[in-house]
Design a protein around this ligand. Structure first.
Ligand code: SAJ
Length: 453
């Protein structure tokens, strides 16, 4: 094994290796805390001074309920094992540098690597001999070879695999489960060489209580982008099935339930759209990694289906209002839920925002409620009062406990459009609502016919 890597492996085992984390967002910060928890000295680098200041006071800048994170941050900062800075020159002492910066796609769905490039420039300027750089951000297949490696080598004058080392270890965190996922989910340690991959396993072993699978960098890039593209395509199938069922008056939940009794089927839940920081963008990163002559058809089609769902919700509202002689223009529309995911305060790429945009384009007056998103946690009755339609966009647990009869009594028009199968038609109609559910025609509820003996 390369001498540098041997020394690094030893320093990792002794916890004398200094770990730097570049990018202290909802991924980088828990990563920094975890490496500090298991005994490494950690330097966190971020461009936002206010974020750095909060962290150095032991205060988590991440909103929302992240079990264990605030306490762990305070403990590791107080123990002197984690310190944040905006000064990238402090990377000069790091033996391991993880890169956890945003890797969004632009309006043309092409990868936007400005933050990644800036981080690599900072690292290349000061990186010390023998250091290992691990990109944890999600990147298009081929990015390590085409962008990361050249940036490090040209910026530092050092050679990857000789003087410095390079890997890709994508994360699998999820809002609300940052620490749990970091510790409990398997990870792919993609090394530029097998030796590098094996040293990465040594690094992550104290944190990850699940498989650490070694691979090359390109495989690691493909795994992460594929696992999220896979989810997007599967959600799109559920959504398209819902449109088919709706068009013929069938109930997609009943169809889905019976389909999923067939071995090897697992139709996901149709809904009001697909939000979040991962699923809407990672399919485009996978597509961007393909060779130019590969016909990429399924990924864009699935994205189109999922991005259409907020528009479909608007059409359901339009149809519901037209049956009472009303139109969207000037109509007050109560939107229940702004987060992208049930019981989360994370509203990135929220389908509710997409719905608000199309409603406003039609002259409607959307009013938003969300118990978990700051600014929208007002009283739900004041949002529903006088509304021409009430839209369930997020399956927050709180909404399952709503008094539909009470809300019916204050609503302007009792039109309830259910984008997340929050309510049963029967109970909604019994409370006086006109109920419209995504994919839910009026087919009779089936009965379970057990096989005759
Ligand atoms: N959604 C549906 N129908 C479904 C599932 C989800 O419409 O059947 C919608 C959700 O409402 C949400 C969006 O899709 O708007 C994304 O939901 P998600 O459950 O995929 O949650 P995410 O975005 O946090 O996805 C993350 C991903 N994990 C990582 O990127 C590490 C994803 O790969 C995981 O499958 C998912 O968490 C999970 O369930 O753990």
């Amino acid at each position: 094994m390369n001498q540098h890597l041997s020394r690094l492996r030893q320093a990792i085992h002794e916890r004398t290796a200094v770990v730097a984390v570049v990018g202290l967002g909802y991924v980088g910060l828990p990563v920094a805390c975890e490496f500090a928890r298991v005994g490494f000295r950690v330097i966190g680098v971020d461009v936002k001074q206010d974020r750095v200041d909060l962290i150095n006071q032991g205060i988590s800048p991440i909103e929302g309920n992240e079990p264990g994170l605030a306490d762990l941050l305070r403990e590791t900062v107080q123990a002197g094992r984690l310190r944040a800075t905006t000064d990238a020159f402090e990377l000069a002492v790091a033996d391991v540098i993880t890169v956890n910066v945003e890797t969004p796609v632009d309006e043309d769905n092409r990868p936007r690597y400005a933050a990644l490039r800036a981080a690599l420039t900072d690292i290349a300027e000061v990186i010390k001999d023998g250091a290992l750089v691990i990109v944890e951000s999600t990147i298009a297949p081929g990015t390590i070879e085409s962008l990361v490696r050249p940036a490090l080598e040209s910026g530092s004058g050092q050679r990857v695999d000789d003087d410095i080392f390079l890997g890709h270890c994508p994360e699998r965190v999820m809002p609300g489960r940052l620490l749990a996922n970091l510790r409990g989910l398997s990870r792919v340690c993609g090394g530029n060489t097998p030796e590098t991959a094996s040293v990465m396993v040594d690094l992550y072993r104290p944190v990850v209580q699940a498989d650490l699978d070694t691979a090359d960098c390109q495989t690691a890039e493909l795994v992460k982008t594929a696992e999220n593209a896979y989810r997007d395509v599967n959600i799109a199938f559920a959504n398209e099935l819902a449109l088919v069922c709706e068009s013929v008056g069938a109930d997609v939940l009943r169809v889905r339930e019976l389909v999923n009794k067939s071995p090897g089927r697992n139709v996901l839940m149709p809904g009001a759209g697909v939000g979040g920081h991962c699923i809407p963008k990672d399919p485009w990163l996978l597509a961007a990694g393909a060779a130019a002559d590969v016909p990429i058809r399924l990924i864009p089609a699935a994205r189109a289906v999922n991005e259409h769902m907020p528009i479909h919700i608007m059409k359901l509202i339009q149809q519901g209002l037209s049956s009472t002689g009303q139109g969207l223009r000037g109509a007050r529309v109560a939107i229940l839920g702004y987060a992208y995911l049930e019981n989360s305060d994370d509203s990135r790429h929220s389908p509710s925002q997409a719905l608000i945009n199309v409603l406003e384009n039609e002259g409607a007056l959307p009013v938003v409620h969300d118990p978990l998103v700051p600014g929208f946690e007002r009283d739900v009755a004041t949002v529903v009062a006088g509304s021409a339609a009430t839209i369930a966009m997020v399956a927050h647990d709180e909404y399952r406990r709503l008094d539909l009869a009470l809300l019916r009594s204050i609503a302007g028009t009792p039109l309830l459009v259910d984008g997340r199968h929050l309510f049963e038609r029967g109970s909604a109609e019994a409370a006086g609502w006109t109920y419209v559910g995504v994919g839910r025609g009026r087919a009779l509820a089936g009965t379970v016919a057990t096989a005759g003996r």
